[in-house]
Design a protein around this ligand. Structure first.
Ligand code: PNS
Length: 183
């Protein structure tokens, strides 16, 4: 079979569980759009929130997880968990083999290709599955949301209401400054 993948080794109960990893600082409607699209294809999506001390975040891991939990409170097929270490290890612990990622534009491609191939190198059983978000969110990332909001711009319709509320709180506390974390 050479380099061909062996489809007969797929275990059905693993096929229907996917992990959607990210930093989510904070989650945007682009992320929500990808999760909703994923729910049309997979029985369960585990949203994996990276707790990475090397990357400075506006929101604590607890807050990032809590916001996503609140957004999907009525969606039992969405589970939210924090993780650190290698993504492939987390995916294996979740008994999943699919990683979902959103692809907004060509500019995302190089980073995503490197990540997908590195993850495949680390665990050839895990496959990365890409989806395009709605065109309405194709310009959106967490960094631009924080920047616009901190400068007085409106992010209505770009983030869930709970995120807008939490951003307002950070602004009041004087904790929202531009350039804190890129994603
Ligand atoms: O929201 P982001 O910043 O695009 O998410 C990146 C993330 C969390 C998916 C990525 O940084 C990651 O998987 N980190 C865990 C460490 C790891 O497994 N690294 C090897 C893959 S390159």
């Amino acid at each position: 079979m050479g380099n061909l993948v062996e489809s007969e080794r797929t275990v059905p109960w693993m096929r229907n569980r996917a992990v959607y990893p990210g930093f989510f600082d904070p989650i945007t409607n682009g992320h929500v759009d990808i999760i909703l699209r994923g729910l049309r294809l997979f029985d369960k999506i585990v949203v994996a929130v990276l707790k990475n001390p090397k990357k400075e975040a506006l929101f604590s891991t607890k807050d990032r997880v809590a916001m996503i939990q609140e957004i999907f409170a009525h969606q039992p097929n969405v589970e939210v968990r924090a993780f650190d270490g290698l993504l492939v290890d987390f995916v294996r612990r979740q008994k999943a083999r699919i990683v979902i990622r959103g692809l907004r534009a060509v500019s995302d491609f190089e980073y995503e290709l490197q990540m997908a191939l590195m993850n495949r190198q680390l665990d050839p059983e895990i496959e990365t599955f890409y989806m395009m978000p709605s065109v309405h969110y194709s310009f959106l990332n967490s960094g631009v949301v924080k920047e616009v909001f901190s400068l007085g711009g409106s992010v209505a319709g770009l983030v869930p209401e709970i995120v807008e509320k939490k951003l307002r709180e950070k602004l009041k506390q004087g904790r929202l400054s531009v350039g804190k974390s890129p994603q």
